[in-house]
Design a protein around this ligand. Structure first.
Ligand SMILES: C[S@@+](CC[C@H](N)C(=O)[O-])C[C@H]1O[C@@H](n2cnc3c(N)ncnc32)[C@H](O)[C@@H]1O
Ligand code: SF4
Length: 457
């Protein structure tokens, strides 16, 4: 068990580092012509594959904990218009892409992609399959709310080429789901998983959240026990990120009473223990996979990678081109984010404009910091000399870029979060729970600020 002093000391707001620099550093003055230039340049950037992210923001109702860019469906026409805009955005962007490059990953995220008629998703996949060549065994992933899946819908998703399904479960306890305004799936989750896995290439991930009202160490233990019986290929236990200054509906949960950070930590640790006992391999802070899964093999071989869509392997990593509201393209040297409002997005595309809102061009130093933080978050270890060699710079220069000092590290070493020998940092078991705090050590942009980031635990 983590002692309370350490927990209180490190349970502070820190970036999640799903990107570096984090999205709050993106700037508004990004122009359409800049984006086109970056897309064209990205044709020769590394990694060379094309990864496509499609954002479907729609949901039937909003879960009170939700931190995603999601909205309710105002009219059926809006969905028709949205998918028309998506197709046109794909056309506008892909005419600048070198189609000799292959697609390695397609990811439909949300919101709830499976809340719309499946024909809309089929059409988008058809368009992408017609436009591009693919690598062998590409990842075609979709995030689904199980409450809105039925057998016909699943058959059509499988036939449309989807092979990775991520189901949002959050908790099996019906009182918890009710407290957060979430519908229960009519088809039991074990049956959904079995049905999807009738396709030999399909893998299923289940998402859970700890830190919600009504949850306790015991109730979360029961939920994860049940999940282990279902045996999904992957499972994620997200720490509830409470950011009510960004997501006003989360205030409802604070009023219902949130578990303390000690209780949250207990839920996390209990889940971790039984998942490992149940044969799962931890990947990063909160992902668990069955042995033999591509991610666990990649972890062993130092080939694990991470982007806004979560962990992936070097095999499927590419330059990410993102479509739809609030979607973020992740190119080797730039991030570009689309507008967040559905109506504005549709209108911009109708006017034949790329719907971009903000972005960030990374300088050479930021690219180095990003590599260092990604490696740390993926592998829980870091060889500074190796990173310096990879970028063809000397160690002294690398240390100055990441503002490295022995003193900064010492406090973390004294608290048992990491070790440092021969320019190699190794994160301890306790340290892995505070990996975001450790990453801040190397982040020259990080400043301690309230109401900017969610807390570590
Ligand atoms: C786009 S949703 C998944 C698909 C579908 N909308 C659903 O809810 O079933 C992505 C995942 O983000 C996680 N999530 C959403 N808001 C969160 C928050 N505030 N803190 C932590 N995890 C969150 C949930 O586990 C959710 O399953
Ligand atoms: S968690 Fe999923 S279903 Fe719930 S509001 Fe967010 S995106 Fe929609």
């Amino acid at each position: 068990m983590i002692n309370k002093k350490i927990l209180d000391k490190y349970n502070v707001p820190v970036p999640r580092y799903t990107s570096y620099p984090p999205a709050n550093h993106f700037k508004n003055e990004f122009k359409e012509s800049d984006y086109i230039q970056f897309i064209e340049e990205s044709n020769t950037r590394r990694p060379g594959h094309i990864a496509i992210y499609i954002h479907i923001p729609f949901c039937k109702k909003i879960c009170f904990y939700c931190g995603c860019n999601a909205c309710t469906i105002k009219s059926d026409q809006l969905i028709v218009d949205y998918f028309e805009a998506l197709k046109n955005e794909l056309e506008l962007v892909t005419k600048h892409l070198d189609t000799n490059r292959k697609v390695s990953q397609v990811h439909f995220g949300g919101g709830t992609p499976n809340v719309v008629n499946v024909k809309f998703l089929e059409k988008i996949n058809e368009l992408i399959f017609n436009k591009f060549e693919f690598i062998d065994h590409p990842e075609i992933a979709i995030e689904c709310n199980p409450a809105y899946l039925d057998y016909e819908y699943m058959d059509r998703l499988l036939a449309a080429g989807f092979n990775r399904f991520s189901l949002g479960i959050q908790d099996f306890n019906q009182d918890v789901l009710k407290a957060v305004n979430r519908s229960v799936s009519e088809i039991p989750i074990d049956q959904l998983v079995k049905y999807l896995k009738k396709s030999s290439t399909a893998t299923v991930n289940l998402d859970f959240i700890y830190g919600l009202p009504g949850q306790s160490k015991v109730s979360f233990y029961e939920t994860i026990e049940k999940a282990i019986q279902i045996k999904p290929d992957r499972l994620v236990t997200f720490s509830y990120a409470h950011v009510p200054w960004l997501k006003k509906h989360q205030e409802i949960l604070a009023k219902k009473g949130l578990p303390s950070s000690e209780e949250k930590m207990q839920m996390f640790l209990t889940a971790r223990e039984i998942l490992i006992k149940g044969g799962y391999i931890p990947v990063g802070l909160d992902h668990y996979v069955l042995p033999g899964d591509e991610l666990s093999v990649a972890l062993k071989n130092n080939q694990l990678h991470r982007n806004f869509q979560g962990y992936c392997t070097r095999r499927t990593t590419g330059q990410v081109y993102a479509f739809g509201v609030s979607a973020i393209s992740q190119l080797e040297n730039a991030y570009i984010q689309n507008v967040k409002e559905v109506e504005t997005y549709i209108q911009k595309i109708k006017n034949k404009k790329l719907p971009i809102e903000k972005g960030l061009v990374l300088n050479d130093e930021q690219i180095i910091v990003r590599e260092l933080i990604t490696k740390l978050m993926c592998n829980q270890q870091l060889n500074l000399k190796k990173i310096a060699d990879d970028f063809d710079i000397d160690l002294y220069k690398l240390k100055s870029i990441v503002r490295f000092t022995d003193e900064k590290l010492q406090e973390f070493i004294n608290d048992g979060l990491l070790t440092f020998n021969d320019d190699e940092i190794r994160v301890t078991e306790t340290g892995s729970l505070f990996i975001r705090n450790i990453a801040t050590l190397f982040d020259p942009l990080y400043t301690k600020q309230k109401n900017k980031y969610s807390k570590t635990v």
